[in-house]
Ligand binder design. Structure first.
Ligand SMILES: C[S@@+](CC[C@H](N)C(=O)[O-])C[C@H]1O[C@@H](n2cnc3c(N)ncnc32)[C@H](O)[C@@H]1O
Length: 507
């Protein structure tokens, strides 16, 4: 049976790339001693996004509300220009050209920064042009039918239709129906709907062949888990979010979610407990998370490269990785910085299954069973790191985690959060692609856990709401990375007294 710890471990994801580059405010932040001081461009949460600008009576003026949409011809020109760049790069680099064909590459090759931007611009501009050409009324009409994509995908997943015939062969609807154990009429309608999304194609009347997208479903186990989790668990839960909100408008308890309503577990248990009782669902969610976070932009190297660990190493600092799972972040840090010491904290079952370390790593990294809703036992560490922790919690519980940390902090202790960070206001103008994904992730967090993604201002409010001596330093958005680094510093007195951080209670 999957443990709670393992399930939490798998539950992470989402995206926040290409962040806004905001200058630090003149409130003394840059003079403070912070590893962030090396990095001048931080999102300090003090500025509001342009879409938040309101008049004195709280109503946006018509001028402010006017969107700045380029014309259709201008968009078409952007698409042509950027497509030429991308196409030229792909051909010159000898990569196969993008196609829907069954043998087409399933992912884009790793692209240089300018070509990556060209690709993003094509996706943004084609969507914008398509939306303009569709028109608002038609757009809304068909948007409200988006769940049919989930329906055909769910059926293909559930009846294993993509695996029902080899990827380089064809099959009739009759043959597929026989294999799937479903009647032919329904097989045909699901597949023909999926074809509108380029999943399968009909090569002759009633004869089906694979496409690149159906090959993904036939061959990629974790993508299948992703589809199964999204259509089998998230989708029914999402349809109950409004029901849950009607009953529990504060949306702060993980036992009062759309997920709980759809699973008849309201006020009984949160999602992770439900999944802990069902190994197949737990395994599927684990695969789904692997599919999401295993890709480009989630590498731990971004965290290692984008923070001033060197200064901490020079002062032989101690890092506590709260909810650190099996310590893989600390292991990577320890390999690169020889004088840092670490305590990896997690729930007892996760700690019990942690790998046994040897040699230098064993002498510098200790594991400790700890529940972050109880007082922090490691006093006076230099950094308390929370990676993929805060987005799993509503403000109420995020604040509780911080409150339990305060009695352990010494003056200057840093709280480091490595997680998503929403753009201030609305970030669509910067990157529709990123904005759509992170906004969707935010809704998924609401659906499953009553948890949330946060922007810089919300992180700032979270810290300041917990204690006036917790000073928010800002959010660092890392180019190419889908996660951000959020930092706060404790400026109050040494609450717990400075003691040897790795000694107390660590094993
Ligand atoms: C999404 S995972 C993140 C793991 C790791 N920090 C990383 O970067 O991948 C969340 C982690 O928090 C742990 N966790 C969940 N609830 C906890 C609690 N109350 N106290 C301590 N750890 C907890 C889980 O066991 C899991 O390892």
């Amino acid at each position: 049976m999957a443990t709670m710890g393992k399930l939490w471990d798998r539950f992470s994801g989402g995206l926040a790339r290409n962040g806004s580059k905001r200058k630090r405010e003149s409130r003394g932040v840059s003079e403070m001693s912070s590893p962030f001081a090396k990095e001048p461009e931080l999102d300090t949460g003090d500025e509001t996004g342009s879409s938040n600008v309101a008049t004195a009576n709280g109503v946006n003026s018509a001028e402010e509300a006017k969107p700045s949409t380029p014309g259709m011809v201008e968009l078409a020109a952007i698409i042509t220009r950027e497509t030429e760049k991308l196409d030229e790069y792909i051909k010159k680099s000898g990569n196969p050209v993008p196609s829907f064909d069954v043998d087409a590459p399933l992912d884009f090759p790793s692209l240089p920064e300018d070509i990556k931007k060209a690709r993003e611009e094509i996706v943004r501009a084609t969507k914008e042009l398509g939306d303009l050409a569709t028109g608002p009324r038609e757009g809304v009409r068909w948007m409200a039918w988006d769940h049919n994509n989930s329906l055909s995908l769910h059926a293909i997943y559930h009846y294993q239709i993509a695996k029902s015939f080899p990827v380089h062969e064809t099959a009739t609807y009759t043959q597929i129906a026989e294999k799937a154990g479903l009647d032919e009429v329904n097989v045909r309608r699901f597949i023909r709907h999926a074809m509108t999304n380029r999943i399968f194609r009909e090569v002759n009347p009633d004869v089906v062949a694979h496409t690149a997208a159906s090959r993904v479903l036939a061959e990629d186990a974790v993508m299948n888990d992703w589809v199964g989790f999204c259509t089998g668990d998230i989708w029914p839960a999402a349809s109950k979010v409004v029901t849950a909100l009607d009953e529990y408008p504060s949306a702060s308890e993980p036992t009062q979610t759309g997920f709980c309503v759809s699973n008849n577990t309201t006020n009984k248990e949160p999602m992770f407990v439900t999944f802990g009782k069902d190994p197949s669902r737990a395994k599927r969610m684990g695969g789904a998370m692997t599919s999401l976070t295993g890709g480009e932009g989630y590498e731990v190297s971004y965290l290692l490269d984008s923070y001033d660990w060197t200064s901490l190493n020079t002062s032989q600092g101690t890092i506590v990785d709260v909810g650190g799972s099996h310590g893989f972040v600390c292991i990577d840090l320890a390999k690169r910085f020889s004088d840092l010491r670490f305590v990896v904290q997690d729930l007892p079952k996760t700690v019990a299954s942690a790998p046994t370390l040897e040699g230098d790593l064993a002498s510098r990294i200790s594991f400790q069973a700890y529940d972050f809703f109880t007082p922090q036992p490691v006093k006076g560490a230099d950094v308390y790191l929370f990676r993929w922790i805060f987005h799993n919690h509503s403000d109420k519980y995020a604040a509780l985690i911080l409150k339990n940390l305060i009695p352990a902090l010494k003056k200057g202790s840093k709280i480091l959060i490595n997680d998503h960070c929403l753009q201030d206001g609305y970030g669509m103008e910067k990157s529709l692609w990123d904005e759509k994904i992170i906004r969707s992730m935010d809704l998924v967090m609401l659906t499953l856990l009553n948890a949330r993604e946060r922007n810089a201002a919300e992180y700032k409010a979270l810290f300041e709401g917990v204690h006036s001596s917790l000073r928010f330093n800002g959010v660092k958005r890392i180019e190419g990375c889908r996660m951000c680094i959020v930092e706060a510093v404790w400026e109050g007195e040494d609450y717990g007294g400075v003691v040897e951080a790795t000694e107390e209670g660590a094993n």
